[in-house]
Write a protein that binds this ligand. Structure first.
Ligand code: NOJ
Ligand code: MG
Length: 580
């Protein structure tokens, strides 16, 4: 009874609909399953303990096996690896650690052959300090002098030179580093080996657009764009100076990025224009090459109102997929169903008409799902990811339920961890989510033939690995594969969506399309036994529903039938039902 009352209460609060007249008229990416490969940790083909492009080519058919349409690769370009490839020394060369351009071409061949598209990481904000442009900029070369952001600094009363502003880098400490040769400070929003490009220089903008053209002409399907909110800083005043950023008094550590409000170094209006210009390049390439749409997935941890503008507006298009980090950033292990519902609604209800939703639940910068939200929720989260409308994005290993690996201070290699301290690094290091993929229970989990791996393997690889999961019917892998099959159903692909919390513990998602079976997805987020009444909450349900997907937490089996007004859910159970 209590549940019934709650259901009616929530019923009043709900209902999101994504309406679309020509429902089946969608481009490939709008309903795609994306998969992020972190190349260093996917598959090593040459025994050096670091994954590489040949390794990806060898295992690309695995992505086909799990129903992936496109994979985005973290950077594989020439790099001194100060930030493991996010410090690019040549945007159109492959780093020898990852292989050669011939290896890349072979990957593209394989990609075409099996039908898994390749998306590259585009890092517009900065280059490596070993990039030729920066080396020439240091030398004050006329062509490159203004490719980066330079300033002689300020001289204090006692004659010491200090940086031009108080700005703090994302990786700690001043955003400015002194360069002896040029006798000036250069700006870096991230590591000092990642100098920021100067986007007020039109030559920089054009040179970066050429990078996009280069790779699309080589056959890639698009780009994940890195660190977008940082592309522009505020323009300097007429004396060439910038203002200091105001303090956040809740953070006492003055070297910490959080100690300042980034009103001059993040989310500047020019950045949006730049995203629209990158999109324009994609549109031009679509026209030049025909075939299919080349896409942009933009990475930005920022306010939802700004993210919505990334999509574009009525006169201009922006990113096809501005990454939706609502769930990734805000869900906690203690979140209740209302919180889940609210975060989902935040995105769906804010999206401008005609745009496509997307859901990101993991990446190489964040703790893994099983660690962040609890290993018992791994399947449930994948069920949610795969049944919400639009594009889904999976980080490598989440489909087999890999979890974080604890890494000692001595073994920490991530600059974000290393630039902190032994006391702080665990909060900051991104190494734990970057460990090698667990292919099997053999030598080094099948990741490499070599004797070392660049980050330690998870100790659980003998029992948690792809090979073993292939043979277990309720493994994370097999649940994931079933979900991928279900995603091909028209109602899942093109249908409308209602999302609501039935009560504090149960989240419900309805996917429906006229003329098709309706799907009801139920997640029992916590440990309480629950009985819910979807029939009362959702209109147009048949009296009976059929179980379409169950997990190892269920007593019910696929094919079982149940009354749609009384559905029991066990602890942390996630199920999908369909009308009959
Ligand atoms: C975001 C990337 O995902 C992260 O790994 C990197 O450190 C920064 N951008 C800087 O490029
Ligand atoms: Mg290798």
């Amino acid at each position: 009874m209590r549940n019934l009352v709650e259901i009616y209460l929530y019923f009043a609060l709900i209902v999101v609909t994504t309406s679309d007249k020509k429902v089946t008229d969608k481009s490939w990416w709008q309903t795609a399953s994306f998969y992020q490969i972190y190349p260093r940790s996917f598959k090593d083909s040459d025994g050096d303990g670091i994954g590489d492009i040949k390794g990806i080519t060898q295992q690309l058919s695995y992505l086909k096996e799990i129903g992936i349409d496109a994979t985005w690769l973290s950077p594989v370009f020439k790099s001194p690896m100060a930030d493991f490839g996010y410090d690019v020394a040549d945007f159109t060369e492959i780093d020898p650690i990852f292989g050669t351009m011939a290896d890349f071409d072979e990957l593209m061949e394989k990609s075409k052959e099996i039908g898994v598209k390749i998306i590259l990481d585009f890092v517009p904000n900065h280059t490596s300090d070993e990039h030729e442009w920066f080396i020439k900029s240091v030398q004050n070369d006329t062509e490159y002098a203004d490719y980066y952001v330079w300033h002689p600094g300020k001289v204090t009363e006692n004659g010491t030179r200090i940086p031009p502003t108080n700005w703090i880098s994302v990786f700690r400490g001043s955003m400015w580093t002194w360069n002896e040769n040029r006798q000036a400070y250069y700006l870096h929003q991230f590591h000092y080996k990642q100098p920021d490009l100067n986007y007020y220089n039109p030559k920089v903008r054009e040179a970066m657009k050429d990078v996009l053209r280069f790779w699309v002409r080589k056959g890639v399907a698009g780009f994940r764009i890195d660190a977008v909110p940082h592309i522009y800083e505020v323009a300097p005043d007429s004396d060439g100076n910038w203002p200091d950023e105001p303090r956040n008094y809740w953070e006492n550590d003055l070297e910490d990025y959080n100690s300042l409000q980034h009103i001059y170094t993040k989310d500047q209006p020019e950045t949006l224009e730049m995203v629209y210009e990158f999109r324009e390049v994609m549109n031009e390439l679509d026209e030049e090459l025909g075939g299919y749409q080349h896409i942009i997935l933009s990475e930005a941890y920022t306010d939802i109102d700004i993210l919505m503008q990334y999509y574009g507006n009525t006169t201009v298009d922006g990113a096809h997929i501005p990454f939706n980090f609502e769930l990734l950033s805000n869900l906690k292990s203690w979140s209740d169903a209302n919180h889940y519902s609210q975060l989902i609604h935040n995105w769906l209800d804010s999206m401008p008409a005609g745009r496509t939703a997307n859901w990101v639940l993991g990446n190489h910068d964040q703790s893994r799902i099983g660690t962040r939200l609890g290993w018992e929720r791994i399947d449930m989260i994948n069920v949610m990811l795969k049944t919400l409308p639009g594009a889904s994005i999976t980080y490598q290993g989440e489909e087999i339920g890999m979890t974080d690996v604890w890494i000692s201070w001595e073994n920490t290699v991530d600059p974000q961890g290393c630039q902190s301290s032994m006391q702080e690094y665990e909060r900051l290091s991104r190494d734990p989510a970057r460990t090698p993929f667990q292919w099997n229970d053999e030598h080094q989990a099948g990741f490499t033939d070599g004797n070392t791996t660049w980050l330690p393997l998870h100790a659980n690889y003998k029992t948690l690995n792809l090979k073993r999961e292939r043979g277990i019917s309720f493994s994370h892998l097999n649940i994931y594969k079933q979900l991928q099959k279900l995603r091909r159903e028209k109602a899942m692909r093109y249908g409308e969506t209602d999302v609501m919390a039935f009560n504090r513990n149960v989240l419900a998602i309805k996917r429906y399309l006229s003329g098709e079976r309706t799907f009801i997805v139920l997640l029992n987020i916590n440990d309480d036994y629950e009985a819910v009444n979807p029939k009362a909450a959702f209109i147009d349900l048949t009296d009976k529903l059929e179980y379409i997907l169950t997990t190892d937490k269920s007593i019910r089996q696929k094919g079982d039938r149940v009354s749609s007004d009384y559905i029991e859910l066990l602890s942390k159970e996630a199920v999908i039902l369909a009308t009959i």
